[in-house]
Design a protein around this ligand. Structure first.
Ligand SMILES: Nc1ncnc2c1ncn2[C@@H]1O[C@H](COP(=O)(O)OP(=O)(O)OP(=O)(O)O)[C@@H](O)[C@H]1O
Ligand SMILES: [Mg+2]
Length: 355
């Protein structure tokens, strides 16, 4: 039973809201601009310490208020854990299990979640950053020590970039090259392992949702016939000109192969959504299997952009995962789940249990 309850104050249009969830399927319905996405965004904030839409703090604090607070209770498989975030102009404050935490990683560990919203197709159609984040999310939960490796790599990258911008010479850069290559190699290896673990599940969901095979390849972010240290050494002049490091896992991407050509160039928006859903559902299953506990899946208007048959296939896959689901809909009559979910109605930012 992952998430038991949510309380939030001054989060977007939600002045004060309290919800108690079931461990299975939950459905929030309401008219346009009633506050459905705001509730999901508050939930995602509790598990990530940031907005899933990339919204800044000022956008999220209710107009006229100084801060927002989101708190929740989670069952981590063994016991109940309280989580809380407070965000104001002075910054983010994270509490987990009775203690103040220095980073949002404690939230992600306690409440692993994934989101499918109407912009989910961006995972396929948008830039590579969201695909790197996708694979890093799996690695964070499955690969012991990945967060630490990733952070050390980011720090080394930042320092090398600062050295490039301050016009460092080739000799001093070779020290950075060595360290960055070593740390980048660890990040690269963990991501490759992750892709190998998740590939069969990604392919399976792709086949079910799109009706044809889906392939996926990892592109490491530098020329394949060289070691990262060689690639860094070779590109020093270009890096000095540009003031940033061009080779390495910070440039990696996932290449989706659909119908033997590149997915993001070809598929329709609805197909892009299904493709992105296949990726997200596969990641949810992989992490859930590894952690041996159900994850939380947030579905914001899952029917958007999809025909009735596709919605049926998507929801069939979602239910097959056996995770906790919190979905939103405009139309409570539209059948999303095979059995009645726990219902909530939201109107002008006020949420109530409904029957
Ligand atoms: N910081 C804020 N303070 C107050 N209200 C806000 C804030 N941010 C957004 N809102 C308002 O909250 C309302 C609800 O937005 P939300 O996106 O949650 O609606 P929704 O129910 O998901 O609508 P839709 O069905 O169109 O997706 C909107 O009227 C929006 O303008
Ligand atoms: Mg919405």
């Amino acid at each position: 039973m992952p998430l038991l309850s949510l309380k939030c104050t001054d989060f977007r249009c939600l002045e004060s809201a309290a919800l108690e969830f079931s461990s299975g399927n939950n459905l929030i319905y309401g008219a346009n601009a009633s506050g459905k996405t705001s509730i999901l965004e508050a939930l995602a904030y509790l598990g990530r310490g940031r907005s899933f839409r990339g919204a800044g703090t000022r956008e999220l604090i209710r107009h006229g208020a100084d801060e927002f607070v989101v708190i929740g209770k989670v069952h981590n498989g063994t016991r109940e854990v309280a989580l809380g975030v407070r965000n104001s102009r002075s910054g983010l404050e994270v509490h987990a299990d009775g203690e103040k935490r220095s980073s949002a990683a404690a939230l992600a560990e306690a409440l692993p979640l994934q989101v499918i919203d109407p912009d989910v197709h961006e995972l396929v159609a948008g830039g590579p950053e969201s695909r790197r984040r996708y694979i890093d999310w799996m690695a964070f939960h499955v690969e012991h020590g990945y967060l630490d490796e990733w952070r050390r790599f980011r720090r080394a990258l930042k320092q090398r970039n600062a050295a490039l911008r301050s016009g460092a010479n080739r000799r001093s850069l070779s020290g950075w090259n060595h360290e960055l290559a070593e740390l980048g190699g660890l990040v690269d290896l963990a991501r490759r392992r992750m892709l190998e673990i998740s590939r069969p599940t990604i392919e399976e969901f792709g086949e079910v949702l799109l009706g044809s095979p889906l392939g996926i390849e990892y592109q490491q972010g530098w020329s394949g016939d060289k070691s990262l240290e060689e690639a860094l050494a070779e590109a020093v002049e270009r890096d000095l000109q540009l003031g940033s490091t061009q080779a390495g896992p910070q440039r990696a991407d996932l290449r989706l192969v659909y119908d033997e050509r590149q997915a993001r160039k070809l598929v329709s928006r609805g197909q892009q959504k299904l493709l992105a859903c296949a990726l997200i559902l596969a990641a949810t299953e992989v992490v859930q299997t590894h952690l041996e506990r159900p994850l939380l899946l947030l579905l914001d208007d899952p029917a958007a952009e999809l025909d009735r048959e596709s919605v049926g296939r998507l929801m069939g896959c979602v239910e097959g995962l056996g995770c906790q689901v919190i979905a939103t809909t405009l139309d409570r009559q539209q059948p999303l789940f095979s059995s009645s979910p726990t219902l909530f109605h939201v109107e002008q930012g006020q949420v109530e249990r409904a029957t």
